[in-house]
Design a protein around this ligand. Sequence first.
Ligand SMILES: [Mn+2]
Length: 293
Amino acid sequence: MASISTLPIPAHFPDPYSAKPHVPERVIGKRRSYRTVWVSDIHLGTRGCNAPLLIDFFDHVDCETLYLVGDIIDGWRLKKRHFWPPEHNDVVWRVLKRAKRGTRVVYVPGNHDEMVKPFDGFNFGGVEILREAVHETADGKKLLIVHGDEFDAVMLAHRWLAFVGDAAYTALMKANVVVNAIRNRLGLPYWSLSKVAKHKVKNAVQFIGRYEEVVAHAARARGVDGVVCGHIHSAEMREIEGALYYNDGDWVEGCTALVEHHDGRMEILHWAEEVASRDAPTPIDRQASARAA
Ligand SMILES: [Mn+2]
């Protein structure tokens, strides 16, 4: 009789019986230590997710509290198509390992992982599920932690506009040439696709600005000092009419995290740049090029 351990497992699938990650955890001299770390919009289960960079981030950074601010697992996409490379399991492994080592891990679900929402108040292996949380910084500021999709209804704008980036715009400009060459051959008049695209980009910029204002307004209404959210894939930290607005960005395009230092100071980490500068020749060269820029 075949025992369960001899059942064939597809080669591409992470070994479900293994307690070890596919990408081994790097033991570096000393991890950077923060009081709090916020990450969101990881979109595990999609091709867009930049898991290798996030794995690198987790291997270099330590914190007392880790907030997962929604859209961590993309349930919407997974429902349609199964996509789960071993690196995505490695991200989960690192989060659970972190919890086991004593980090408080709080998971505030978003819209793409709304299937987690009914588990409000549950604790899964050290991961606390909360629909929303309030964080107090070392310098006594109260911050509301929400994913941010709840503000969409107030916005009356299309969320996808926020994702129109430079790359999409460049691609559209190129497509414009092709489209009009075809239109010309068919005897159709010129139609500016790039003009439409430009309009959309302008809308996206306006959308982000409006979104930030709506969130800041909500903070004031709730009587907290500020809000930490994600959702629009646009990292930011600024004060809007007396309210603190923090957005930790995403791990699809920007690859950013929001961190709180031990003294309460907040910072956005751009991890792709951190990795790039790590490979730079010397710190002096780096300073020189930073001054030249
Ligand atoms: Mn979202």
